[in-house]
Ligand binder design. Structure first.
Ligand SMILES: Cc1ncc(COP(=O)(O)O)c(C=O)c1O
Length: 387
């Protein structure tokens, strides 16, 4: 990748998503989870959705906005799982009346009722999976799950299985084993009490990414342990819901040093990006150093720096107390492993800074897929907007 040319052409701050790397990552995950299907949770990064269409089995879509993105990209309806809380009636009606969606998830009795009513109204058979709660606002209780199993209209609602997701960035195989045991116990309950066999389990293991230089973790060993654990699930088919682990590695965020200063507390470099565009799970005021590179700096002398972004808040710290070659204005940092959630979850409207351009890097070429977007219009009180 010729970074000099890319920076000259697209400027910083900039996200680059390396599609070749992403496709290799998916192949790697598929080689480990060889008997499961892969469902990509598009909330992690909506810009690479089309690029992976041939490589993944399904997309987890959690809002009207996410559906509209996939629809505009002509994603096959047969790969869409319409998921998430607050699937309102208008949205579901639009889908049921117009498209052959692969499946819907049921997150509550209200959602069950909406899907039940609409499948009857349009006399259309729909496939669903029911999300079992992990004791938070998501999914249904065991009692509600049983109610749905016992009362659903078998002609029009095909319950294909169960969904379970309890959180992201999970490192503990013990916790995953416990969840698998719990799911298996509940599958037995449904069989014994409702005479209902769960065919598929769509499970989100919350596979982790090691964001910091000091993290020690044998990822391959962990993924193999997760695969062993999932092989114990008492069902015909396992689908792995994942976002972070699929896309994190393919993304880089480029940001340029725009100012340098020193005071009694140390040396400060201000970059043109910031924490509104860079999300590291669990980051607490840059106490840990993420994976990064500094481009083209050949200085032999080093110094200790604090790297701050362009937001007017003391929280906008990217790295603290980091030893680096002596910095100059114009030096560019490349922050790595930022393909997941940075462009979708960042507090990007803060301070009305522009949203960065986004470039896909594919077969040695760059493709601009989002131009720079001004956010001043979004933060502007438009007194005339009612007219
Ligand atoms: C239901 C569900 N599935 C999957 C995911 C993806 O999680 P991760 O990025 O940890 O793989 C999320 C993330 O919030 C989720 O809510």
């Amino acid at each position: 990748m010729n970074y000099d040319e890319i920076i000259k052409k697209y400027k910083t701050p900039l996200y680059i998503y390396n599609v070749d790397k992403l496709l290799k990552r998916i192949e790697y995950l598929k080689s480990i989870f060889s008997t499961s299907k892969l469902v990509y949770a598009i909330k992690a990064n909506s810009f690479i959705v089309k690029e992976i269409e041939d490589s993944i089995d399904k997309y987890e879509i959690c809002s009207i906005g996410e559906f509209d993105i996939c629809n505009k990209l002509n994603i096959d309806y047969n790969k869409m799982v319409i998921s998430g809380v607050n699937k309102d009636k208008d949205f579901i009606e639009r889908l049921i009346s117009n498209y052959e969606i692969n499946r819907y998830t049921i997150e509550s009795l209200e959602q069950y009722k909406i899907l039940d009513d609409l499948s009857k109204k349009y006399n259309k058979k729909i496939n669903v999976i029911v999300r079992l709660t992990s004791l938070n606002q998501f999914g249904v209780s065991e009692e509600d799950f049983k109610y749905i199993i016992n009362n659903h209209n078998k002609e029009l609602m095909n319950i294909e299985g169960l969904e379970y997701f309890s959180g992201t960035q999970k490192h503990s195989i013990k916790r995953i084993n416990k969840e698998v045991d719990y799911i298996n116990e509940f599958i037995d309950v449904l069989l014994n009490e409702c005479n209902f066999k769960i065919k598929e389990v769509e499970y989100g293991p919350g596979l982790p990414i090691m964001y910091y230089q000091t993290d020690e973790f044998d990822e391959e060993l962990f993924l193999k342990e997760v695969n062993n654990s999932l092989s114990r699930l008492n069902c015909e088919e396992v689908l792995i819901e994942s976002g972070r682990s699929i896309v994190a590695d393919c993304g880089e965020y480029l940001t340029t040093v725009v100012d340098l200063k020193s005071n009694k507390t140390g040396n400060y470099a201000i970059v043109d990006g910031g924490i509104h565009q860079l999300v590291y799970y669990g980051s607490t005021l840059a106490m840990k150093i993420p994976h990064f590179r500094l481009l083209n700096n050949k200085e032999k002398k080093t110094d200790n720096y604090n790297i701050y972004g362009s937001l007017c808040t003391i929280n906008d710290v990217l790295m603290k107390n980091v030893d680096l070659p002596k910095l100059s204005i114009g030096d560019v940092f490349v922050f790595e492993k930022v393909g997941a959630y940075s462009s979708t979850e960042g507090i990007s409207l803060f301070l009305s800074r522009d949203l960065p351009k986004i470039v896909l890097y594919k077969n040695c070429n760059c493709i601009l897929v989002r131009d720079r977007i001004e956010t001043s219009n979004v933060n502007y009180p438009d007194y005339g907007c009612e007219e």
